[in-house]
Design a protein around this ligand. Structure first.
Ligand code: SF4
Length: 412
């Protein structure tokens, strides 16, 4: 069940049907104002909705006030063990404070933080981690780690409610992808507070992105999760933001910037597609519109599955083709493919989002495509289409054979 409650973190709505918010965390020493602000500007430009900063010392909380003032996006103070820092962070104007009620020093100290949060209207993020469950759940964690996590999260929610505080979101994190999925699915059936999703210590850019895409993507596809953070072992926090956006874009939950699609390549490839894809991806970063750009490694398959793309290129050995919405625009020498692609995209925007077609060049490109397309070639795309068709037919047959087939057409 998706969360029904909503909180407001510095103007960004979390939960209750709001778009899934992208978070990241600065990797700088928070007290180093120049470095921290530079990273916040970078992650904001990359699309972070909210940024979290670690506040482990007094000098960090002192820097927080100016960070909150100067940041283009809401700031969450991340605090462990020290309720005094949490109080100071609220006083410094943090848009949200992340605490773990289990390590903040007991109920009385938690109550002080909650009281201050109530007075200032500051939301809190409360959560549990698989590595730091309360002692009374350790035995359960051994026999049933998912239930232990869920129970710890629910006890935290009950603790907050016993202090008459409901302005919070919940996070329940684990290093295990299956446990993250199972426990959040279970928690989502038991509470209606907004959920923050993340995989603890996900790993390097490569493995961490994949783990996060599987874990968070599965939950988001179920409608679970209101804000996400991708934890990657890199100093470049903007990489976390880019991965988060790719997950949200892949699930069509949010749109931001162009979508690049590229064929997987096969033995028919005749040009340096890796370099072309990298160059197109780099240049697309300058565009904000969610246009779809496709790159095909050869013309053997025609435009095929890429016909919905706003713009695309088909490469070949010496000559390639630019197309738009399934229709050829022009053929160009392979070494000019990328430049000509972007010339067409820029012309499209300069003409008020209208594709400008030179009919003579389009006709030449059609001829080129007809000469290079091979309708009989068993390309990966055509094999995939045949497999999909076979699967559809098999499931239609299964349905026809089923004893309940046709029941939905029977009048009661
Ligand atoms: S046949 Fe398909 S996968 Fe192979 S290079 Fe051509 S477009 Fe790419």
């Amino acid at each position: 069940m998706a969360s029904t409650r909503q909180i407001d973190v510095g103007g960004v709505k979390i939960g209750g049907g709001a778009p899934v918010a992208v978070q990241t965390m600065t990797k700088t020493e928070t007290a180093n104002l120049a470095a921290t602000m530079e990273q916040i500007q970078t992650v904001a430009a990359a699309g972070a909705d909210i940024v979290r900063v670690a506040v482990p010392r007094d000098k960090d909380v002192e820097a927080l006030r100016s960070i909150v003032r100067d940041s283009p996006i809401p700031v969450i103070a991340d605090i462990h063990f020290n309720h005094t820092l949490a109080l100071k962070a609220i006083d410094a104007g943090a848009h949200c404070v992340r605490i773990n009620p289990g390590n903040i020093g007991g109920r009385e100290k938690l109550a002080l933080v909650v009281e201050r949060a109530k007075q200032s209207g500051t939301p809190l993020r409360v959560g549990v981690n698989s590595g730091s469950l309360p002692a009374h759940l350790l035995e359960l964690e051994f026999s049933n780690p998912i239930e232990a996590l869920v129970r710890a999260a629910i006890e935290t929610v009950e603790l907050m409610e016993s202090l008459r505080f409901e302005n919070f979101k919940v996070s329940m994190k684990s290093t295990s992808v299956p446990n993250t999925i199972a426990s959040n699915r279970e928690l989502a059936t038991r509470i209606d507070y907004p959920l923050h999703l993340g995989i603890t210590e996900a790993g390097t850019k490569w493995s961490g992105s994949l783990k996060s895409a599987v874990g968070l993507g599965t939950l988001l596809a179920d409608g679970i999760g209101d804000t996400i953070r991708i934890s990657l072992s890199t100093f470049h926090a903007e990489e976390e933001v880019k991965v988060a956006w790719e997950i949200l874009k892949a699930l069509k939950l949010r749109e931001r910037g162009p979508v690049l699609i590229a064929c997987p390549t096969c033995g028919r490839l005749q040009f340096d597609m890796d370099s072309v894809v990298a160059e197109v991806e780099r240049r697309l970063e300058a565009y904000e519109d969610p246009i779809e750009v496709s790159i095909l490694g050869c013309a053997v398959n025609g435009i095929g599955e890429a016909r919905h793309a706003d713009f695309g290129i088909t490469g070949a050995k010496d000559m390639g083709m630019i197309y738009s919405k399934g229709e050829p625009l022009k053929k160009v020498p392979t070494e000019r493919l990328v430049d000509e692609l972007f010339a067409e995209i820029d012309r499209y925007y300069a003409s008020g989002r209208r594709v400008v077609r030179d009919e003579q060049k389009a006709a030449e490109a059609r001829v080129w495509l007809a000469e290079n397309e091979d309708p009989d070639a068993m390309t990966p795309e055509r094999m995939a289409a045949l497999e999909a068709e076979a699967a559809r037919e098999a499931s239609a047959l299964d349905e026809a054979d089923s004893p309940v087939a046709g029941r939905r057409f029977t009048r009661a």
